[in-house]
Design a protein around this ligand. Structure first.
Ligand SMILES: [Zn+2]
Length: 281
């Protein structure tokens, strides 16, 4: 999660230090500044909008730890129930063996006595089996109890780290919000010297091009769409200081040039790849 604002792909007005803005349409530097601010604002807004999801994702990690505790508790409860059941089994078989032994003193025939002895042996074997099973379950329930404790510790750790993460996210959000407020104020300042007509034009183009209204004409091409810009248009972009704005005929972005003035070539001056910005769009 980068905290740096997204650098706009656009050439920023900083280049005016090297390339002379005075020989281009006077609105271009202002529009470029507005464009830079707007792209920054858009990046900030996108980042701010991602925060609720990031907080939700942090909370989801907690859900996992909570579910682990619930599952461990359930397994432990089940193990305790099983333990109880086998305790009862042991007791029942013990009671039965005791009862047969008491009866064996009162039997009249040899067969009845033998039958009772058989029952007693069987009941004692069942007691032994149930006790073995009971022991197994006791050991198992120690394990499940340990698992409950471990998952509870893991949950506590997760709760602490998520709380810290949430706090950090809130701090970042507040900070970004401040940067956005500053950028919005900067936008007001950038907008002030731009005429109403140009504002409307800029907004209309930007709305159609994901917030971008200007494109540099470089190497004879509109950098917005790759369409060729004819040399005489390139020349006008740099020379026509008080003239018109030119828009790319293909994508409609307002063209500007930061290149040195190209040598005029009379053979290619016929036909227009760019049209005047005042034409309808
Ligand atoms: Zn274009």
């Amino acid at each position: 999660m980068g905290s740096e604002p997204v650098k706009p792909a656009l050439r920023t007005p900083e280049r005016s230090a090297v390339l002379n803005f005075s020989c281009m349409h006077p609105a271009i530097p202002r529009l470029l500044e507005l464009q830079t601010v707007d792209l920054h604002i858009a990046a900030l807004r996108a980042e701010l909008e991602s925060f609720p999801k990031r907080i939700q994702e942090a909370d989801l990690k907690l859900t996992g730890a909570r579910n682990a505790v619930a599952a461990a508790r359930e397994a432990h409860t089940h193990s305790l129930t099983e333990r109880k059941k086998f305790e009862l089994d042991v007791q029942q078989w013990k009671d039965r063996a005791k009862k047969y032994r008491e009866q064996s003193g009162a039997v009249k025939t040899n067969e009845a006595y033998k039958a009772l002895q058989h029952e007693i042996t069987n009941a004692e074997a069942e007691v032994a089996k149930a006790e073995d099973r009971q022991l197994e379950i006791m050991m198992g329930s120690e394990d499940s109890e340990r698992r409950v404790k471990n998952t509870e510790i893991a949950l506590k750790t997760a709760e602490q780290s998520i709380a810290a993460e949430r706090k950090e996210l809130h701090a970042q959000y507040t900070e970004k919000k401040k940067v956005l407020d500053a950028a919005l104020a900067e936008r007001e300042r950038a907008l002030a010297p731009i005429s109403e007509d140009l504002r409307v034009l800029y907004e209309r183009i930007a709305k159609r091009h994901h917030g971008v209204a200007l494109a540099e004409a470089r190497d004879g091409q509109c950098r917005g769409c790759g369409m060729r810009v004819l040399p005489h248009i390139l020349q006008q972009l740099l020379q026509d200081a008080n003239g018109e704005l030119f828009r790319c005929e293909s994508c409609g972005l307002i063209l500007y040039s930061l290149e040195p003035i190209p040598a005029p070539n009379p053979e290619t001056t016929s036909g227009n790849a760019a049209s005047s910005a005042s034409s309808s769009s």
